[in-house]
Design a binder for this molecule. Structure first.
Ligand code: SAH
Ligand code: DHB
Ligand code: MG
Length: 221
């Protein structure tokens, strides 16, 4: 049977073939590691998934919650339609500073606003903007609230992507007291009961182990 090592090796096999040397992304990873940021960014192939999805929806407006060093931000911002803009929300001033530098190196500063603050405090500022794609990747405890905001800031056709909805299977633990697990479980409930959403969950293995994404589309009803 396959092992976690095989998952990582297959990830690298495809990353080598599909995500060739990319100085801006490589620099962003090196700068983030050098600054001591946690290594929690999406994998190279997952970043490409974000790019593919944003391209499919011809995204003009992208919202990200949870910037870290801007690695996923670079993938997403590169997929913006001409003239498009991205907003990414980050509670840590230091993470936001590293991200801003990485976005500048990637030549994307003109398209991306890094907004510093707790997302639940800064999201109200975005009221009135309709986003075409929303990526939820911050503190999992607040994920159900982030989903409500995402739907509020959406239009029919908006795609919502949430990272880390499996967590090695921890999502199954109904008795968990881990705020992240409770948050993901509340998020999953909300995903299933919101009549404006049609959603699925995609389990993933790879360089980041066993986890998964929720993918949802906002429909008109
Ligand atoms: N999307 C990034 C990874 C994000 S890691 C990537 O794939 O490259 C999660 C980030 O969310 C961290 O930088 C953390 O500081 C931030 N965060 C945690 N709680 C937050 C909150 N309440 N509001 C905004 N950002 C938050
Ligand atoms: C971790 C991974 C993530 O993708 C994230 O958003 C937060 C934390 C982790 O590996 O702990
Ligand atoms: Mg994540």
């Amino acid at each position: 049977m396959t092992s976690e090592r095989t998952w990582a090796e297959v990830d690298h096999f495809y990353a080598r073939l599909l995500v060739p040397d990319d100085p801006a992304l490589d620099d962003a990873l090196a700068t983030s590691a050098g600054a001591g940021l946690p290594v929690q960014q999406v994998s190279a192939l997952q970043g490409r998934l974000l790019f593919v999805l944003a391209t499919i929806v011809r995204a003009n407006r992208i919202l990200e919650i949870g910037t870290l060093g801007g690695y996923s931000t670079i993938h997403l911002a590169r997929a913006l339609a001409p003239g498009g803009r991205m907003v990414t929300l980050e509670s840590s001033t230091r993470h936001a500073e590293v991200a801003a530098a990485n976005l500048a190196s990637a030549g994307l500063s003109d398209r991306v606003d890094v907004v510093v603050g707790e997302a639940l405090d800064t999201l109200p500022r975005l009221a009135g903007t309709e986003f075409d794609l929303v990526f939820l990747d911050a503190d999992k405890a607040n994920n159900a609230d982030y989903l409500r905001w995402a739907v509020r800031l959406a239009h029919p056709g908006t795609v919502i992507v949430a990272d880390n909805v499996v967590r090695g299977g921890d999502v199954l633990d109904a008795g968990s007291i881990d705020p992240s697990v409770l948050g993901i479980r509340a998020f999953a409930e909300a995903l299933g009961t919101d009549r404006r959403l049609v959603a699925t969950a995609v389990q993933t293995v790879g360089a980041k182990g066993y986890d998964g994404f929720a993918l949802a589309v906002v429909i008109d009803r």
